[in-house]
Design a protein around this ligand. Structure first.
Ligand SMILES: [Zn+2]
Length: 214
């Protein structure tokens, strides 16, 4: 079935019918698609992408934008000396953006190239810190994290707001699982081991279930 037909059919249904219909998962763009978050409710906080005039509007989640910005920043920091910042700052096309990463080794270069579409917009905006490289890297990462579906300015604002929101949320600092030990202890583990006898050894049966627990 051709894509357009399917899409039209779906949107027609959604307009006229409020019964619960099976829906396709929302389309996530490459780069910020890796993980869909930690199971928190996100649907009502989705941001509608700017400049999408055709087809179904892409929805962008602030958590994913921040995650993408943080991931990108890590790569930029690793590759900071191989990146040709002068080229990036004047890039007008994707090709020119890519040329700024020519000296970056694989696989970082490929990872950075994923952002080539949004970089010219960042360069055109021209608001990046001119001298402080640390601030420039953060600025670039936050500006392009929505991959051009938000303006650089809006993308930075989304990152700022979302980081504020996340800082206000509580977080688990330690996590233990329930264990039953051969010494008779049953209950939460301590550092992955037994609270009573201290062992960290795992039975062969569990080892064969999950080799990562070894
Ligand atoms: Zn024990």
């Amino acid at each position: 079935m051709p894509r357009t037909t399917k899409r039209n059919k779906t949107s027609a249904k959604l307009k006229t019918n409020h019964r619960k219909l099976p829906r396709n998962p929302p389309p996530f763009s490459r780069g910020i698609s890796a993980k869909l978050g930690s199971g928190q409710k996100t649907a009502n906080r989705a941001l509608t992408a700017f400049e999408e005039t055709r087809g179904r509007k892409r929805r962008i989640h602030a958590e994913n934008v921040v995650r993408a910005a943080n991931d990108l920043l890590k790569i930029l920091e690793v590759c900071r000396d191989q990146i040709d910042w002068g080229k990036l700052e004047i890039a007008k096309t994707e090709e020119e953006a890519v040329s700024g990463f020519e000296r970056v080794p694989s696989p970082y270069r490929e990872r950075l190239n994923l952002w080539r579409a949004a970089i010219p917009e960042w360069a055109r905006e021209g608001k990046f810190p001119k001298t402080n490289l640390d601030r420039k890297m953060r600025h670039l990462a936050d500006s392009v994290a929505a991959e051009g579906f938000l303006t650089p300015r809006r993308s930075r604002d989304v990152c700022l707001e979302e980081r504020k929101r996340q800082a206000q949320l509580g977080m688990i600092l330690r996590r233990e699982f329930y264990i039953e030990c051969s010494c008779g202890y049953q209950g939460p583990a301590k550092g992955g081991g037994c609270r009573q006898c201290g062992t960290n050894r795992v039975s062969p049966e569990i080892q064969s279930e999950n080799p990562l627990l070894r």
